[in-house]
Unconditional design. Structure first.
Length: 293
């Protein structure tokens, strides 16, 4: 099964999403990174089907085909997911988030704690407004986080210029992505099937401009206001040794503050190592979901 659709939410906004995997499988909502879109997943869609997973990936507000939402907070996403789950006739489900999708795992697990049975944070960013929040983060990404504190109009101009540059010369833009990556991520991103997937979800993210990207950049460096210590669902933590975008210290932080975690702190690897561990990630999630239900 593989299809995409849209849902009109109660406030009139459009929420776009894809569904793939097993039609009657364990339902799991996947939160994409930043910039990202509903196309963020593993290129081998047979993995989800084989493991019995029904993977639902929404465009967050302001990305892809989903309408922008002013003054959005992380916890607001819970209501969107509840409406989408109701429309799909899903009572209980798992949640997983990659990179900047991590806060949505915790926010949804808290907001919908009667419905979320298990979560997974994969190379996920942790709150940055804490001592050591940027430890071991690569210099160019430190600069990106610092830039995110700029006034919104200036940040929007900068990101718009970047988007235009990438659209004019996508080959050079992709070359720059590879230049910023470490050797582990380069080895993955130079494989055609992974490169095509990443380029596809990045391009779709800003099809209607950068408002969503700008808003999330501001959110991620601000106060998250998510009560992490009140989340009761088990959360899997997948991090890799040489990830300099979301280094291991971020996973270790979640391990300390979340009440119920299973750490998978892996040797080697970088930010995109999840591609090579996709089956293990989904398999562990399904096992815990079935145990909880």
């Amino acid at each position: 099964m593989n299809h995409e659709d849209t849902l009109t939410l109660k406030d009139g906004r459009t929420l776009a999403y894809t569904v793939h995997g097993a039609a009657d499988g364990v339902p799991v909502f996947l939160f994409h990174g930043n910039p990202g879109s509903r196309y963020m997943r593993h290129p081998d869609e047979n993995i989800a089907d084989r493991l019995g997973v029904k993977l639902i990936t929404p465009d967050r507000p302001g990305y892809g085909l989903s309408d922008f939402q002013k003054k959005r907070r992380y916890l607001d996403m819970g209501d969107d997911i509840a409406q989408l789950a109701d429309a799909l006739k899903i009572a209980h489900f798992g949640v997983m988030g990659i990179s900047a999708g991590a806060p949505y795992v915790t926010a949804t697990a808290y907001a919908l704690r009667e419905r979320v049975k298990v979560g997974a944070i994969i190379s996920g960013v942790a709150p940055l407004d804490r001592p050591g929040g940027l430890d071991n983060v690569a210099e160019d990404y430190r600069i990106a986080y610092q830039t995110s504190r700029w006034p919104r109009p200036l940040l929007r101009l900068l990101m718009s210029l970047q988007m235009r540059s990438e659209s004019r010369n996508p080959t050079r833009a992709w070359h720059n992505v590879l230049l910023r990556a470490n050797e582990y991520d380069q080895a993955i991103l130079q494989q055609p099937q992974y490169a095509e997937q990443v380029r596809g979800w990045r391009g779709e993210a800003v099809r209607d401009g950068v408002r969503g990207w700008v808003h999330e950049a501001k959110m991620i460096v601000g106060k998250w206001a998510i009560p992490l210590n009140a989340i009761t669902a088990p959360v899997h933590l997948w991090y890799w040794q040489y990830d300099t975008l979301t280094p291991l210290q971020m996973g270790q932080y979640y391990e300390k503050v979340l009440p119920n975690t299973t750490p998978y702190f892996m040797e080697g690897g970088g930010h995109f190592a999840f591609f090579e561990h996709w089956e293990a990630i989904l398999g562990a999630l399904v096992e815990d979901y079935r145990r909880a239900t």
